[in-house]
Every structure is written in structure tokens, then in C-alpha cells.
Design a protein around this ligand. Structure first.
Ligand SMILES: [Zn+2]
Length: 186
């Protein structure tokens, strides 16, 4: 049975001599059904941004300059803590939102795409250069690699996954195990 300690304040009582005794009360109380401390749960935050890109090596339409309304879901698996949370949603957003803002209304450009790289530099337009082809798969991995180091030291977390959707019907997902859980499994 799951129990928790209730550490009540010291309760004064009077002895026969009239002196005040301090009595320490320790109770074993069953955890309520709503207390999921220690259980593994998944939490998630969604993010959204607009961005231009192209895939120069694509045989079809993706080689042309175009854009998407990207949706991204960052999921984190971990153990519920004493405060009832795996992690504060605010803290996830604090890590991820600046990364999203860096890309929002930019053109994500492969460093090897000299045509676009030179054009955007000359036009002084917002451009983010990356060392990969700007597919949904690589963007998911880009975010995972940026977020993971910030969570590495949070011992009760187990897994992070990043799902990037270019359209309503297609997405790519990158995932990795993190924290002490990963070490235990090795
Ligand atoms: Zn595209």
C-alpha cells in the first residue's frame, strides 16, 4: 500500500508537573487515489510557426520556394513529482519558444543551397542557415538536439519526442531516452 508521512506540528500537552511536553506525531496515511507521485506519465506542449523553405534536391514541387504553417508537439515522459507534475508546462515553453521564434517567418536554408543563401543575404531577409536539408525529419531532429541538453540533468525524466508536421496529414518524429532512466537500462 502506498503511504506517506504526515509531519504534523509539535502538539503541546501538559505533564503531571504542569510542564509543557512536546509530542511528535507521525502518521501513516494512505495516499489518495488522485496522487500519482512516482508513476510515469506523458506531458506535451504544442508550438506553431510560419516558415519558408525548399528542398533543392527534390524531384518534384518541393524544390520550389514555398512555405508551411508548421505545428510541433514536444512530448516528455517522466515520473510525477511531489508537486503533481512531470514538469511545469511553463518551463517547457521557456526552453522551446525561443527556438521557435528564431525560425518564425524566416526562410530555413541549407548551407549548401547557394542560390537561396546569396539571394536572402542580398535582400537582407530573415534567414536561418542549417547544415541539413530542411525536411520535416531533419527539423524534428534539429529541435530534439536543441532541447535535449536542457533536460539532460532532470533525473526523473525518461523520454523526449518531437513531432513536426508540415501539413495536417504528415509529420516526422524524432525521439530519444534521457535522464537516469536511460542509464539504468544500459
Ligand atoms: Zn515544404
Amino acid at each position: 500500500m502506498l503511504v506517506q508521512f504526515i509531519n504534523l506540528p509539535l502538539i503541546p500537552s501538559l505533564s503531571k508537573e504542569g510542564k509543557e511536553n512536546k509530542i511528535f506525531h507521525l502518521f501513516f496515511v494512505p495516499l489518495s487515489k488522485g496522487d500519482h507521485r512516482g508513476s510515469t506519465m506523458k506531458i506535451a506542449c504544442d508550438f506553431h510557426w510560419e516558415m519558408g523553405h525548399r528542398l533543392p534536391e527534390h524531384a518534384g514541387g518541393c524544390k520550389n520556394v514555398h512555405g508551411h504553417s508548421y505545428n510541433m508537439r514536444v512530448e516528455i515522459d517522466g515520473e510525477v513529482q511531489r508537486n503533481g507534475m512531470v514538469m511545469d508546462f511553463f518551463d517547457i515553453k521557456k526552453i522551446v519558444q525561443p527556438l521557435v521564434e528564431k525560425l518564425d517567418h524566416s526562410f530555413l536554408c541549407s548551407e549548401t543551397d547557394m542560390l537561396m543563401k546569396n539571394f536572402l543575404a542580398k535582400a537582407k531577409m530573415k534567414c536561418v542557415l542549417v547544415p541539413f536539408q530542411t525536411t520535416a525529419e531533419n527539423i524534428a531532429r534539429y529541435f530534439l538536439d536543441a532541447i535535449r541538453p536542457r533536460l539532460k540533468k532532470v533525473k526523473h525524466l525518461r523520454r523526449i519526442s518531437v513531432r513536426v508536421a508540415e501539413t495536417e496529414s504528415s509529420f516526422a518524429e524524432a525521439a530519444e531516452e534521457i535522464g537516469e532512466w536511460r542509464n539504468l537500462k544500459i
